[in-house]
Each structure stands twice: as C-alpha cells, then as structure tokens.
Write a protein that binds this ligand. Structure first.
Ligand code: COA
Ligand code: AMP
Length: 635
C-alpha cells in the first residue's frame, strides 16, 4: 500500500488552520471556537480560542451515549500483585463520577490543582479523569522520585488536594508512598488542605486526622448515595494538566497541557499515526507518571474509544520475559508502545525469543518504540522475533505526541534503522547551526521546530512564561528549541542522536545531570563534581559522577562514594539509578571555567575525541582517563 503521508503533510503545510479545524471535528465541543489559532494570545499563540469542551466527556460520556457503555475501557493487569480487573466505559465513568463528587466535597473546582501520587493502579486513571471532569488541573508525580522532588512540585503548583496511594510495589520491595508524601508536605511551604489516600493491602498506612481521608470509604459513600457530577465546560485553552519534567537544574519544568488542542492532536494520532481503530486494544507499557502514560495509557486510547491496558509490572522479572506476550495474547492487543530499554531487557533474558512462540500473537500488528533512541540492533531483533513492523518515533514531554513518526495509519513508509521517521503534521522540523542558520541535508546540528507549535504541544510552563521563552524560544528566534541534536537525510527522515543540554536518558527516564550535581555538591567532603551520562548496554545511558574532594579529606573513598550514592537516591529518588562515582583530582575545564563534560563522556564511552582548543590544562584529561581505568571504565 502506498503511503498518504506526503499528501497529508503537504495539506497541513498549505493550510494548518484548515487541517486542524478538520481534525477537530472528531471531538465533541460544548461551544465552537471563535478563532482556530490566535497568534496574539499566550507566548506564541493559542489554539481553538473561544471554544469550550471537557476532556472527560470526550473520553467517557460521549462513547457511552454512542453505544460503548459495555465495551471494556480499561484493563488493569498487575503481575506484581497478581491482580486483574477490567472496567467497561460505564463502570469507568461510575468510578470517575464518584471520585469527582468526593473531590467537590473537598472544595475542588475549576482551576484548582490536584497532585496525583499513585503507582499503576486504576485509581490513578480515575483520578486523572475525575480532575478533568470538574476542570481541576492534575499533576501526576512518578513514584520513583524522592520526597524532595515531590515537595518541589507541591511548592510549584500549590495543590489544594493530593490523591495518593499508601504504597507502590517494585520487584522485591514495597515503596511506602505515604511516608514520602508526609515528608514532602513537611518540606513544602504550600501545604495541601487534604489528602485522599488509597489503602493498598500490601502496606496500608496511618491517616493524619482531619487532613487524610480514606479513598475507598469516601468513593464508596458517594456511589451508594448515587451522586452525579456533570462534566464542567472549560475553555479549550484551559490547562488539563501540568507535568513536571527535568530541566537543566534541580527545578523541574511544569509543562502545561491544554484541553482542546490536546484532544484534537491525540485523537488524530490514534489512527493516522498508530493505525489503531476504535474498539481495539492498545497498550502503552509505560507509567502514568510520564508523558507517554498520560497520552497513550489514559487520554488517547479513551478519546478514540479503545480498550487501554494498565500494566503494573516490569518487562522482565514479573514473573519473566514472557509477560508482554501473555498480555498481548490475553487481551488481543493490536499495538504495543514501550521504550527500547524494555526490549533490551527482554532480549537479555530471552535472546532467542523462545517465549514469544508460546503465545498467540495473531492480532498483534505493530510495535512502537520511543522515549530514547531505538538502537538498530534492538529494532532488528524485535522485528525478526515478532514478525511485525517495529516503529521508532520521537517526541518529548513538551509535545505530548510524536514529533516524528512512521505513520502506519496513513500507510507505512520504509523503515530506516536508527531513524524515528519523518515529521508529523504540525511539525516543521529544521536543522540549524549554533547561529541559527539552516544547514545542509545530512549535516549534524540543532533540531528546532518552526513556530507555532501544533495543538497539544505546550503553550507555556506553569506560571512561568518568561522561563518558557528563555528555555525554548530565545536561542533560535522563530523556532522552538528541542535541545536534541541530529540530522535530516535526503529522504526527509530524521535522526535524533543526542541532547544538547545536560539531560540524560536512563532506561527511558529523562533525568537532569545538573540536578544530580546540585545534590552531590552538598556532600561536605566534595569540592566540585560533574555528572555525565555514559553508555549502558541495558539502560541506554547511566549517570556517572566525577567527584573532586576537598583538600585534606582523609576519609575512606569507598565510604564517601556510598554516601554520595545514597544522597542522590534520597534526594532525587531511586529512578535516578545513580551508582557510579569516579574520584578525580581535578575537573577538565575551558579557560573560561566551563567543565568539559562532553569530552569526559566521550573518554568514558571510548569514543573518538579531540582536545578542545579552549582547554585550560590538557593534562587533566589524562587524569580522567586514568581514574576511569581504575574504575574499570574507559580505555
Ligand atoms: N516507584 C518506585 N521506584 C521505582 C519506580 C516506581 N514507579 N520505577 C522504578 N523505580 C526504581 C527501581 O525499583 C530501581 O530501584 P533499585 O535501585 O532499588 O533497584 C530504580 O528505580 C531504577 O529503576 P530502573 O532504571 O527502571 O531500573 P530497573 O532495573 O528497575 O528496570 C527496566 C529496568 C528496563 C525493566 C525498566 O527501566 C523499564 O521497564 N523501563 C521502561 C521505561 C519506560 O517505560 N519509560 C517510559 C517512556 S516510554
Ligand atoms: P521525555 O520528555 O521524557 O519524553 O524525553 C524526551 C527526550 O527523549 C527527547 O528530547 C530525546 O532526547 C529523547 N527521545 C525520545 N524519543 C526518542 C527517539 N525515538 N529517538 C531518540 N531520542 C528520543
């Protein structure tokens, strides 16, 4: 089948407003827009200005009204606890309405912020949708972060309410969420008025009188009382959620997502990009704490009338590398979306793909990979073992949906290994040099996107327009800086090779090395430090901290290392996966004092490197090489 991609992309380019207004016909609006795009509003313009809508209505109510009440909307499969449960669209709505009623009893209404701190349990999905129903703005915080990170988010978005679970479950250990929540509230200046806590039987918790309320008790009472809560009309431009993502410092960026544009974009992607039809089972094996979970576990599949899988487990070890195939076969999943790291883990445990053959994957059509660069070896392995197309696509928390893709719904284009496909409608992607000049095809440079960003991409950062301008829009005027580097080939395929800032990608998780440095620098024996992401066969990258001790420190280095590792775990969280400390006498710097992190990373990864012309003292790079050797890393 030939692809309609070029024709569709050109039609968007010719008339973006017409393109998105046609896409918007797939969404139910309470009132239509006065302007499709108003370039004078917000930082760079706003989409669907004047329209009113409700995301929960489009995810649930309208499907029920149109005959999907008894279709399964959500399947919770938790190999880590041994639980399974499914919810029809009608049952999902009942849960959401009851929780929305409870939230209203706690004084939550339009524009109020609600933090959701929950693992992969159905109540996390109910919570997100209940917020959407009453116009509250949710902010989900990933469970692998420490109390301090949660506190930073509480202080930034000032939630009136926190919806949390008593615990999460990781292989071999229970993660007490409640102690982390209590500690975070203690640390934060903006105290939430109340917390609604889901007690999990693996580790129930104590409730603080007058502040904490039992989720099941409250929701059960609202259900028994037959409470009803209608969908509140919100402006298309009102925020649906704020999702914090790593910035270059310890202060995360609050990415704002609006209601209208977000629905239009996500709905459009489900068929055109992912090739999935309403009624089919779609599975994003991610976490609701990440953007992939927001977009493709919760909102997009439900907007499209699909059955979405909520998986509480790991690709390996829960119980083994066959779990993905079991789930695909059991629920007739047609498309799976996960991170390449998950496949590297499966490949490590089952290199011959023996487990795949034991399952009926006849309904499975496509594997989608994103979150980090998909290495060709992993893509080829998955292709060969699964016998389906393996589609790498590229996006960011900021965009909420793919920037580039191989749009299987429009007709699959040839796969080029190492490339996450071609730009999607809405995205005019260019490669520029550091001065902002466009460069030749095939040449490596900064990846930027011509403004305006399309519907669904961030309009700004939470209450920080100026920070948004400075971080994304100022360096290349007229363009959005992705902070990714790469090139576009002769056929228009993108290749995303590296970040241009100090963000690293560990097991598909986006982390800031700057934030880790801030923590390490607080160790009393540390004079200075630099964290870089070095290659890791399984996780893609792993953080490695080069540490210079204060003069005269005589303590055992192994002990200091343990303390530094513990500090990062304690302050940022286990998800930072920070385990490697390399003691060095000095850090290599330019004459103006900038630490040469990129050169250190190249040495550690055994990549070719050249002596930076601006280096202050070239001898230090030798010292780095020796220190890495002593740790069994580097050359
Ligand atoms: N709550 C609490 N802790 C968590 C957590 C959560 N939700 N998620 C991860 N952690 C912890 C892990 O338990 C681990 O702790 P440990 O140091 O005590 O072992 C630590 O954070 C590091 O986790 P991770 O980097 O994920 O490593 P892992 O060895 O536990 O698992 C993979 C490796 C590949 C199986 C796993 O990273 C994975 O499934 N990745 C896919 C990522 C993904 O879906 N990304 C979303 C973008 S699509
Ligand atoms: P996040 O905001 O967590 O989704 O991380 C976004 C970053 O992950 C991007 O800026 C890229 O650096 C990286 N990334 C995501 N998907 C891909 C991909 N398919 N190929 C290469 N890098 C990717």
């Amino acid at each position: 089948m030939s692809s309609r991609y070029s024709e569709v992309y050109e039609s968007w380019k010719k008339d973006p407003e017409r393109f998105w207004s046609e896409a918007a016909a797939d969404i139910d609006w309470f009132s239509s827009w006065t302007q499709i795009f108003d370039k004078d509003r917000g930082v760079y313009g706003r989409w669907f200005v004047g329209a009113t809508c409700n995301t929960c209505y489009n995810c649930l109510d309208r499907h029920i009204e149109k005959g999907r009440a008894d279709q399964t909307a959500l399947i919770y499969d938790s190999p880590i606890t041994g639980r399974k449960k499914s919810f029809t669209y009608a049952e999902l709505k009942a849960e959401v309405v009851a929780l929305a009623a409870v939230m209203q009893d706690h004084g939550i209404g339009k524009g109020d912020r609600v933090i959701i701190y929950m693992p992969m349990v159905p109540e996390a999905v109910f919570s997100m949708l209940a917020c959407a129903r009453i116009g509250a703005i949710h902010s989900v915080v990933f469970g692998g972060f420490a109390a301090k990170e949660l506190a930073t988010r509480i202080d930034d978005c000032k939630p009136k309410l926190v919806l949390a679970a008593s615990c999460g479950i990781e292989p071999g250990r229970i993660v007490g969420y409640k102690p982390l929540l209590d500690q975070a509230i203690e640390l934060s200046a903006a105290k939430p008025e109340s917390c609604i806590i889901l007690q999990r039987e693996e580790q129930p918790c104590e409730l603080v009188p007058r502040r904490d309320f039992d989720y099941r008790e409250a929701v059960g009472a609202a259900m028994s009382a037959g409470r009803d809560v209608a969908c509140i009309p919100v402006a298309a431009t009102d925020p649906l959620y704020v999702l914090y993502t790593s910035g270059t410092t310890g202060r995360p960026k609050g990415v704002v997502r609006d209601n209208g544009g977000h629905m239009v974009m996500l709905k459009w992607t489900m068929w055109n990009e992912f090739g999935v039809k309403p009624g089919e089972a779609f599975w994003a094996a991610s976490d609701v704490g990440w953007v992939v979970g927001h977009s493709y576990i919760v909102f997009a599949p439900l907007l499209h009338g699909c059955t979405s899988i909520l998986f509480e487990g790991k690709p390996v070890g829960t119980p083994d590398a066959s779990v993905f195939w079991r789930i695909i076969a059991e629920y007739g999943v047609v498309a799976l979306f996960t991170a390449p790291t998950a496949f590297r883990a499966i490949k490590r445990d089952d290199p011959g793909g023996e487990q795949i053959r034991n399952h009926d994957l006849s309904r499975f059509r496509t594997l989608f990979l994103a979150g980090e660069r998909a290495d060709p070896e992993t893509v080829k392995w998955a292709e060969e073992k699964l016998g389906v197309p393996v589609i790498d696509h590229w996006w960011q928390t900021e965009t909420g949906a793919p920037i580039s893709q191989n749009p299987v719904g429009l007709g699959q284009l040839p796969v080029k290994y190492g490339s996450p496909g071609v730009p999607m409608p809405g995205y005019d992607v260019r490669i520029v040099d550091d001065a902002g000049h466009e460069i030749e095809k095939g040449t490596f440079g900064n990846v930027v996107i011509k403004l305006p960003l399309p519907p669904g991409a961030l309009p700004t950062l939470w209450q920080a327009d100026q920070r948004f301008r400075e971080a994304y829009l100022e360096e290349f005027p007229g363009y959005y800086k992705t902070a990714d580097a790469g090139f576009i080939d002769e056929d228009g395929y993108l290749f995303i090779m590296a970040r241009t800032d100090d963000i690293i990608n560990v097991a598909g998780h986006r982390l800031s090395t700057g934030a880790m440095e801030e923590v390490i620098a607080e160790h009393p024996d540390v004079a200075e430090c630099a964290v870089v992401g070095i290659a890791d066969a399984m996780k893609g990258q792993a953080p490695c901290g080069f540490v210079v001790l204060n003069a005269g420190v005589k303590r055992d280095m192994a002990e200091i290392e343990r303390e530094v590792v513990a500090m990062v775990r304690e302050r940022i969280g286990p998800v930072a996966a920070f385990r490697l400390v390399v003691p060095v006498k000095r850090l290599p710097k330019t004459r103006s004092g900038k630490i040469l992190r990129a050169t250190m990373q190249k040495i550690a990864d055994k990549e070719a490197w050249t002596m930076p012309a601006t280096i202050d003292d070239p001898a230090i790079l030798n010292e780095i090489t020796v220190a890495l050797n002593e740790r069994g890393l580097g050359i």
